[in-house]
Write a protein that binds this ligand. Sequence first.
Ligand SMILES: Cc1cc2nc3c(=O)[nH]c(=O)nc-3n(C[C@H](O)[C@H](O)[C@H](O)COP(=O)(O)OP(=O)(O)OC[C@H]3O[C@@H](n4cnc5c(N)ncnc54)[C@H](O)[C@@H]3O)c2cc1C
Length: 259
Amino acid sequence: MKVVVCVKQIPDPAVPGQLDPETGTLRRDDKLILDESDSYGVEMALQLVEAAGGGEVSLVSMAPRAETSGLRTALAMGADAAVLISDDALAGSDALGTAKALGAAIGGLDADLVLAGTESSDGYTGTVPEMVAGVLGLPSVTFAKHIEIADGIAKVQRQTEAGYDQVECALPVVVSVTAGVVEPRYPSFKGIMAAKKKPVDHKDLAGLGLEASAVGADGSRQETVSVTDAPEREAGEIVTDEGDAHNNIVEFLTELKVI
Ligand SMILES: Cc1cc2nc3c(=O)[nH]c(=O)nc-3n(C[C@H](O)[C@H](O)[C@H](O)COP(=O)(O)OP(=O)(O)OC[C@H]3O[C@@H](n4cnc5c(N)ncnc54)[C@H](O)[C@@H]3O)c2cc1C
């Protein structure tokens, strides 16, 4: 079984000041790290291949400056190989442009199953996995909390507010994995050393057969026109109980239409 996992490499969220107020996009000049959201997809892929008794876990990432730090973390967890998509013409890609690039790379990998996070930690449009499925003409199952593969069918527990739905889908399929549903393994020292030698296939636009006009700033059909901070939380109102506090509370809750 061949599982492909989309892994995003993101600016370290612990480092402040990553948002460029001019462009409304994140600065990606420093080292990028594996998005924690995608460590769940990597873990799930490794568990599925282990359960199948064999197979391969490949990673696909689109990132600037041929960045592989985050990919090496996922390879150290146990993934076998990676494809890195990097090209200056991809700068300014919106979610659809990103999906076109990821889809072009995944299309060449003959995957039985494509996994992705439900949403990334930095851009979090939460639309890329479904767009990748659209680009590849594959079905998409979202919010997976558990996956089993048997007889060419993916059996997916889809998390819902009330519990979960059991969905079955013939392979190949794109499944987005909810954060926190598995415990991502820590890379061992042996895994970290082995990851240094694992193959990373570098692809540019020409290598993917994509035109620059379809992706990047030129291909983007949306623009972040402004970025606004959430309003500061206002101080609460202190009511001193002089025997009529219950009236104030009822009045307050009535105003909120809670009662
Ligand atoms: C006008 C515009 C310009 C932008 N310019 C840039 C830019 O120049 N540089 C830039 O980095 N971003 C840019 N972005 C942001 C970029 O479009 C999104 O970050 C990117 O498309 C991924 O979307 P997301 O993070 O919202 O993914 P989500 O849909 O929230 O991610 C869900 C899952 O999809 C997968 N995924 C998402 N992105 C990738 C990826 N790159 N590689 C592998 N897997 C992935 C992961 O599994 C992830 O967990 C721009 C956005 C807009 C709207």
